[in-house]
Structure formats: structure tokens, C-alpha cells
Ligand binder design. Structure first.
Ligand SMILES: Nc1ncnc2c1ncn2[C@@H]1O[C@H](COP(=O)(O)OP(=O)(O)OP(=O)(O)O)[C@@H](O)[C@H]1O
Length: 308
């Protein structure tokens, strides 16, 4: 059963903020004769404890830059990043990060490389057995643990990247395109891994171009466009609201009949579309209630301009 809007709002209120960005702006200077370029502009968002957020947007929208600011690898020109009490005095010790194109020391074996990453954290002690478990958890079986990383496939390296992001048992997990390079089976495994992390109370934020994964995993989806957050979508709002799918055929010329499928989000739109199909001499073949796909929702909401 899906939650109502009121219930989802209550859930949001119930989950304290683990990290927030307030009015974050980031600019870069290119060549000395070029103007400063604004990469992120007035970005404000909050991630609640135990929630999964997705950041979507075109190439160059600013997703990686946002993550670099969240991790402390880059600093905002304006605005600030604040962490909830649970993240402690040194929040970077409590976060895990999987970069988009990670570089690993390829002559180390998986187990050696993971021990190396553990050593980068103060006060984090992981036994050899726990290291093995961390690799197995991300889908790297025992027989590859002693293999050098330069023998790993792209998908295996992505899984290793996951293991290094989780090895310090982080509260906040930031994943820059975690599904890239994975086949459908691999993606499914990583999705279950993320679901498991959420069940264990972790907060996860990830970017992806694969809306299907975003739809399946996220509580909240943020749409970034040209460095601005232009849309915030609560998945419960979508799931709780059905829309309509209309199938119809329209004859343009005697020998040219085209089949159409459209999704509309409101009863008023449904009425208007059906009337216009009939007035154009079209034939309705099917009308059914559906859950609006995220893609459809984004298109409709984005055209209405910034609304967060
Ligand atoms: N160090 C830098 N110096 C100058 N420009 C930069 C720098 N880092 C990022 N940019 C620019 O900032 C913009 C946003 O880049 P970013 O990598 O954050 O986008 P993205 O949404 O992650 O893209 P993609 O989906 O392709 O990974 C791009 O136009 C990029 O060229």
C-alpha cells in the first residue's frame, strides 16, 4: 500500500536532517581572459536520516560538483554545508564516496587496495575477515580477492569502488553514477545493496541517468539544470497519484493511420485530450489508469519552471 502525502510528509518530519546545503554557489575561473563560470547557483537541499535521494540532470548540470562540495573535496564560493549531530565532529570520517571515474592503484590486489583505503581513516579498524566480507557484500567472490585490480573488468572495478565507499561503515553514502558500467544483473545487485543500506538506516544520495533505477530506489528526486535545482519530486507523491494512459489511432491520409500513446496527469487533461482525439476523427483504443513514469512527471513539472 502506498503512503498518502500526509503520511510521507510526516515521515520527512520524522527523519532528522543528516546534511544540508544552504544557498550553495560555486564558480570556476577558466583561462585568465575568460569570465568566471557559475557551476552551481543557490542550491538548497536537505537529506534526512535513512532516506535515499537521487540527483538527476543532463551532462554538465553540476551533479559531480555538488557531490564534491558535499564531501569537502571542493568549497562553495557562497552558502554552506551543515551536518547533523549524528555525523559527529569530523563528518568526513562518517561519509563514503564513490566517484564517477575512480582511480585505483591497479597493481594492488583487491584485498590490499581495500586495506589501503581503510588505513586512510583515523580510528577505523577492520579485521581481515571484515575486509573479505566487505568485498563479498558488493558481489566480489573470494576467488578474486587476491587478484590485481588491473585484471578486473569495468563492472568488477565498480563493485570494488562500492566496497571502498562502504569500508568505514559510513552514515552518509554519496555515489556518483553507481550503476554506470554495470550490466542489468549487476545493476539489480547494486540496487539491492542500496536497498539493504537504506534498511540499515544509512542515508544515500546518488546521481544517475537511468531513471528506472532512480524511480525504484529514491524517496526524493532532485532535478539539476544548469547548476540550479529546478525540481524536487517526492516519489510518494507520484506513486500515490495515478494518471491515465490513452491509446488512440488517427488517420492522416487514406493509407496512413498512426497509433499513438499519451500519458496525462489530470482528469481535466484526460477530458481535453479525449475530446480533441474524437473531434479529429480519431479512434480511442484504450484508456487505463497508470502510475505516471518519472520521466513524464519531470517533463511536465520542469516546463512549469523552478518550483522548489
Ligand atoms: N575544475 C573545474 N574547472 C572548470 N570547470 C569545471 C570544473 N569542474 C567542473 N567544471 C564544469 O562544471 C560544469 C558541471 O560539471 P559536473 O561535472 O559537475 O557536471 P555533471 O552533472 O556531473 O556532468 P556528467 O553527467 O557529465 O557527469 C561543467 O560545465 C564542467 O565543465
Amino acid at each position: 500500500m502506498h503512503m498518502t502525502k500526509k503520511e510521507s510528509d510526516r515521515m520527512d518530519e520524522a527523519s532528522p536532517t543528516l546534511v544540508s546545503l544552504k544557498d550553495v554557489t560555486k564558480t570556476f575561473k577558466g583561462h585568465f581572459w575568460s569570465k568566471r563560470k557559475t557551476i552551481l547557483s543557490g542550491v538548497t537541499l536537505e537529506l534526512g536520516e535513512g532516506t535515499v535521494a537521487g540527483i538527476i540532470g543532463h551532462n554538465g548540470a553540476g551533479k559531480t560538483s555538488l557531490f564534491k562540495i558535499l564531501t569537502g573535496l571542493a568549497f562553495p564560493d557562497k552558502g554552506r554545508v551543515s551536518f547533523g549531530e549524528k555525523m559527529g565532529d569530523n563528518p568526513r570520517q562518517r561519509l563514503g564516496f564513490l566517484p564517477e571515474n575512480p582511480y585505483f592503484y591497479k597493481y594492488l590486489t583487491a584485498i590490499e587496495a581495500l586495506s589501503f583505503y581503510v588505513a586512510l581513516f583515523d580510528g577505523v579498524n577492520v579485521s581481515p575477515l571484515e575486509l573479505e566480507h566487505a568485498l563479498i557484500q558488493v558481489g566480489l567472490p573470494k576467488d578474486v580477492h587476491a587478484q590485481r585490480l588491473n585484471t578486473f573488468s569495468k563492472g568488477m572495478l565498480q563493485r570494488f569502488g562500492f566496497a571502498q565507499a562502504l569500508v568505514n561503515d559510513p552514515l552518509l553514502i554519496i555515489l556518483d553514477e553507481p550503476m554506470s558500467g554495470l550490466d542489468p544483473v549487476g545493476r539489480k545487485e547494486i540496487r539491492s545493496l542500496i536497498e539493504g543500506l537504506k534498511r540499515n538506516g544509512k542515508t544515500i544520495v546518488f546521481s544517475s541517468h537511468i531513471l528506472d533505477d532512480v524511480e525504484k530506489l529514491c524517496d526524493t528526486v532532485y532535478l539539476l539544470d544548469g547548476g540550479r535545482l529546478v525540481n524536487k519530486i517526492q516519489m510518494n507523491d507520484i506513486l500515490g497519484k495515478s494518471s491515465w494512459c490513452i491509446d488512440y489511432s488517427l488517420t492522416h491520409h487514406a493509407d496512413d493511420t498512426a497509433e499513438h500513446r499519451e500519458v496525462v496527469l489530470t482528469k481535466k487533461e484526460l477530458h481535453l485530450r479525449v475530446t480533441s482525439v474524437i473531434q479529429s476523427g480519431g479512434t480511442l483504443t484504450n484508456i487505463e489508469r497508470v502510475i505516471p513514469p518519472l520521466e513524464e512527471w519531470i517533463d511536465r513539472r520542469a516546463t512549469k519552471g523552478p518550483n522548489i
